[in-house]
Design a protein around this ligand. Structure first.
Ligand code: IPM
Ligand code: MG
Length: 372
């Protein structure tokens, strides 16, 4: 069997303990891998002015896949506040390492399945099985931002855009601009990925999420491309909805939804909503998938207040390993992981605090490994 090269990026906070837990499950499967540790996280921002050092980017260019834990993105200890303002004074700007990984390696597909496992006391309803596809590199995440707004940009905008005249008398220091940029290629790639997934997995419906009635240029493009791509998949029902209404409908009738596809920011928001309906962030896993590399992670953050306590639920990370195994083509192993998670959740004997129990992070992982 092939020995995979896996970049192992625990990050900080609870990222470290949930990745440790997921390793218990991977080892039980006898997954043949060389795990290569990568430096990433708040610590490296404080010491090197870079939370994702170049050596880690080089590592990512040289592996089959990566497992990522979580990263703290603001000062936690008193002493760090001063350090952070020093870095800012030097002109260094903190940018989220996970966003940078997505953009550096064109991990355009953020794949977030949210399924209600039977017996989970946290399920909103028991028949939820929604797969979210989130565009992962563009939109409001491009990082093209201005604060203050330079005069030449302000003048150009006022020349080009009528409604912008409202701001005619404002000084560049009085407002800020964050650009939402969506390309035809970016929209098409993620929407096609969603339809292909639906086709391959016998899913019935794909819902394209947007706010095209107001954000006409970018969201209008997303919706238009959604319709165009849908025409290539007549066997799959095409559906669309405004992001605001979608949050209501999803909460009211989650069982009516199947595959969702959204631009970056709406996908970020809607995937947290879907996660909450099936147990919260302790159950939410993500794949950040490109053509050559994929980075798998729990969707939750680093939760510094729980760090080192080994109490958080590792299921999100264990399900992320399932996504990784699937992506690597190790379908049988992936299936085993999911079955074991489903069994432990259904039996209900081992539960972490979020599920009303008192099992530790590692006890939960061990219980899952024992079912394999
Ligand atoms: C997510 C997170 C990230 C995002 C943060 C940590 C930058 O919320 O993966 O959903 O906004 O994409
Ligand atoms: Mg998010």
């Amino acid at each position: 069997m092939k020995t995979y090269k896996i970049a192992w990026l625990p990050g900080d906070g609870i990222g470290i303990e949930v990745l440790e837990a997921s390793k218990i499950v991977l080892d039980k499967l006898n997954f043949a891998a060389e795990y290569i540790h990568g430096d990433i996280g708040w610590e490296f921002w404080c010491t090197e002015g870079d939370a994702l050092p170049k050596r880690t980017i080089d590592l990512l260019g040289n592996v089959d896949a990566a497992m990522f834990g979580a990263i703290t993105s603001k000062p936690v200890k008193e002493a760090e506040y001063e350090l952070v303002s020093e870095l800012r004074n030097k002109g260094l700007v903190y940018r989220s390492p996970i966003v940078r990984m997505r953009q550096t390696f064109d991990l355009y597909n953020c794949f977030r399945p949210t399924k209600a496992y039977k017996g989970n006391p946290l399920n909103l309803k028991d028949d939820i099985d929604i797969v979210v596809f989130r565009e992962n590199t563009e939109d409001l995440y491009v990082g093209v931002e201005f604060s203050p707004v330079p005069k030449e940009l302000s003048d150009t905008l006022q020349k080009l855009s009528k409604p912008f005249a409202t701001f005619a008398n404002l000084n560049g220091n009085d407002y800020a601009i964050s650009c939402k940029i969506n390309t035809i290629n970016g929209c098409e790639k993620i929407i096609r990925t969603a339809f292909e997934f639906a086709k391959e997995h016998g899913r019935k419906k794909v819902t394209v999420i947007h706010k095209a009635n107001v954000v006409r240029a970018t969201d209008g493009l997303f919706l238009e491309i959604g319709k165009r791509v849908a025409a290539d998949y007549p066997e799959i029902q095409f559906d669309e909805g405004n992001i605001d209404a979608m949050t209501m409908w999803l909460l009211k009738n989650p069982e009516r939804y199947d595959v969702l596809v959204a631009p970056n920011l709406y996908g970020d928001i809607i995937s947290d909503l879907c996660a909450q309906m099936v147990g919260g962030l302790g159950f939410a896993c993500s794949g950040n998938i490109g053509k050559k590399l994929a980075v798998f992670e729990p969707t939750h953050g680093s939760a510094p207040k729980y760090a080192g306590q080994y109490k958080v639920n590792p299921i999100a990370t264990i399900l992320a390993t399932k996504l990784m195994l699937d992506w690597l083509g190790e379908k049988e192993m992936a299936l085993k992981v999911e079955k074991a998670v489903a069994q432990v959740v259904e039996e209900g004997k081992v539960r972490t605090y979020d599920m009303g129990g008192n099992a530790s992070t590692l006890e939960m992982a061990q219980a899952i490994a024992d079912c394999i």
